[in-house]
Design a protein around this ligand. Structure first.
Ligand code: SF4
Ligand code: SF4
Length: 128
């Protein structure tokens, strides 16, 4: 069994939580986040969510996700796209995807070759 730490250890740099927009939330993400925060949708829309038509993202005061504070403060309620990062399955099909993700995320293990990384990632994802 491959441990996550063999391929990735978050450095809490916050890079993936910065920017003027965030990932969008699907209905399951919204329900999970509301449950974890213990709030109603109206409150989330007022304090945490940016709703643009059918698209729901997180507000980005100061150029980063509203939930970022030296790490994710809504960890168990984060959207699935956040939870998936940076161990994205697209890495398994193209080395360029690993290179691009490595550029954005300092937590990726840089001591492994692409083939080594791919084998460990496949085993890790299969074990989830
Ligand atoms: S970019 Fe990578 S190392 Fe930095 S906070 Fe995000 S997941 Fe962690
Ligand atoms: S929900 Fe958490 S992991 Fe996702 S962008 Fe916001 S702070 Fe980062």
């Amino acid at each position: 069994m491959v441990q996550e730490s063999e391929i990735f250890e978050c450095q809490q740099c916050g890079h993936c939580c910065q920017g003027q927009t965030t990932v969008s939330l699907d209905p399951a993400d919204m329900a999970r986040m509301l449950a974890v925060l213990g709030i109603r949708r109206e409150t989330a829309e007022e304090k945490y969510w940016r709703v643009t038509g059918a698209v729901v993202q997180m507000k980005t005061p100061g150029g980063h996700c509203v939930f970022f504070d030296r790490g994710c403060t809504v960890h168990s309620g984060k959207p699935w796209r956040c939870a998936q990062w940076p161990l994205h399955p697209s890495i398994l099909v193209d080395e360029a995807n690993l290179s691009a993700i490595r550029e954005s995320c300092p937590g990726i293990n840089r001591n492994l070759s692409y083939e080594e990384f791919k084998i460990k990632l496949a085993a890790y994802l299969a074990g989830q």
